[in-house]
Design a protein around this ligand. Structure first.
Ligand code: NAD
Length: 432
């Protein structure tokens, strides 16, 4: 990796006045660019760019006040050439079918770049879980789990947590699936509570994988992580634990934001105190010894490392010229649009792509699934050492492809991933 990354040799487009922010079309564009680098023939491209199967659901739920509400839900399986499908479940008011299709597609490439034997899937329900009671959330989750249960299973498709879902939601899905199948099936989901077969290290895995990728990039770019300044958008599972781990490495976390607010202190935030404050107040808003900052302004802060850890399309052609970080590490899925990617590459900013930077989560999900299938219990050292090995190998595969194709990190990672899925598809052959 050089400090001045090459500009893509094939411009994705000339910049239009208004950017297309449809996640699925963005996912297809990113794929098309990589497929061209791999020299895939058109028929195979068509097979790989579209999801294999998609389920659209109406989920009736009895609310606490006795009324009935019908929620919309999805499960999409993009590709299973390399193994069972794998992907999280998102609960968010802005979930759409196209967003779930994009996220399922990115899961395929993510599992392939870290070389674990899974394909890609994703699920989602259009809802605001913060406005549902615990019981309503359980009924909604169980109804969803029941509806997708013909598609999922330890050898078919294994859900996990994503935005606004957690270990409790996974426990309800595991229980519903197990009750309808007549035996306990811990391997049907990952990200479960530890006492139900969850893995040590899974909760921190996405952030830890991101940390390993940032460390490797800093080494390549000659940046000293100790003392480097970091801004993080999103302070949930991925963002808050990344803040904790980076602070332990000596980095200075100067700003974070959540869906309500953001806080900044150029001298460095006390991450442990901020976490305790967030647990107490449910937001970072009003954290003492910090000024407030909007989530949008955080993206443009002067810092060494910017970590988008919330939702898609946060760095676009509208703000990419004003990003001042040296490294953008995508803990979130799809935070950078293709036009923003081009602008950041031209400006010599290194973007560590989502399919690699946040792949620690699915990697330890794979470890959880292996432990469930084999009846094993690994300690956290074993999990973390294995994770580091996989992330480091994937980073070096990406680096090699950057040098071979003279492309920025995303195109390089995508070309490795797409090449692996293409090879599996060709060797298996098309059914029938
Ligand atoms: P989470 O629900 O734990 O946290 C989401 C965070 O984003 C919350 O702090 C929320 O307040 C914040 N947020 C929402 N909208 C925001 C906005 N507009 N501006 C700033 N903050 C905002 O979710 P998570 O699991 O941490 O997921 C975050 C991202 O990481 C998603 O893109 C997800 O797909 C990706 N990811 C998560 C995992 C995982 O294992 N959890 C794995 C890979 C990728």
């Amino acid at each position: 990796m050089s400090t001045q990354l090459p500009v893509p040799t094939v411009p994705i487009t000339t910049a239009p006045l208004k950017e297309d922010l449809n996640s699925f079309r963005i996912a297809m564009r990113k794929f098309d660019y990589a497929a061209e680098k791999c020299g895939l023939e058109p028929g195979l491209c068509e097979v790989l760019r579209r999801p294999r199967r998609a389920l659209s659901l109406s989920l009736p739920v009895k609310m606490d006040d006795g009324s009935i509400r019908v929620f919309e839900g999805f499960r999409v399986q993009h590709n299973s050439a390399r193994g069972p499908c794998k992907g999280g479940i998102r609960y968010h008011p802005n979930v759409t079918f196209d967003e779930v299709r994009a996220l399922a597609t990115w899961m395929t490439w993510k599992c392939a770049i870290v070389n674990i034997p899974f394909g890609g899937a994703k699920g989602g329900i259009v809802c605001d879980p913060h406005k549902l009671s615990h019981n309503e959330l359980e009924r909604l989750t169980r109804r969803y789990a029941y509806e997708i249960s013909p598609l999922i299973g330890p050898d078919k498709d294994i859900p996990a947590p994503d935005v606004y879902t957690d270990a409790q939601v996974m426990a309800w899905i595991m229980d519903t699936y197990s009750m309808t199948h007549g035996s306990s099936a811990p391997g049907v989901v990952t990200g479960k509570p530890l006492f139900l077969g969850g893995s040590l290290g899974r909760n921190e895995a996405t952030a830890r994988g991101c940390l390993f990728t940032v460390r490797a990039a800093c080494k390549e770019l000659g940046i000293n992580l100790s003392g480097a300044t970091v801004a993080i958008q999103g302070f949930g599972n991925a963002g808050s634990i990344a803040a904790q781990l980076l602070a332990k490495d000596g980095a200075k976390v100067i700003a974070v934001s959540d869906s309500h607010a953001g806080v900044v202190n150029r001298a460095g935030l006390n991450v442990e105190e901020l976490l305790a404050f967030k647990v107490k107040t449910h937001s970072v808003e009003g954290f003492p010894s910090a000024e407030s900052i909007s989530s949008e302004a955080l993206i443009e802060l002067q810092c060494d490392i910017l970590i988008p850890a919330a939702l898609e399309n946060q760095i676009t052609m509208q703000n990419a010229e004003r990003v001042k970080a040296r490294i953008v590490a995508e803990a979130a899925n799809g935070p950078t649009t293709p036009h923003a990617d081009e602008i950041l590459a031209r400006r010599g900013i290194t973007v560590l792509p989502d399919i690699l930077a946040n792949a620690g989560g699915v990697t330890v999900s794979y470890f959880e699934w292996v432990q469930n299938q084999e009846g094993l219990l690994w300690d956290s050292d074993e999990v973390n050492v294995r994770l580091q090995k996989i992330m480091s190998r994937a980073f070096h595969d990406m680096l090699e492809a950057m040098r071979k194709h003279h492309v920025p990190p995303r195109a390089a990672a995508m070309s490795v991933a797409v090449g692996r899925v293409a090879e599996a598809t060709l060797v298996r052959g098309l059914f029938p």
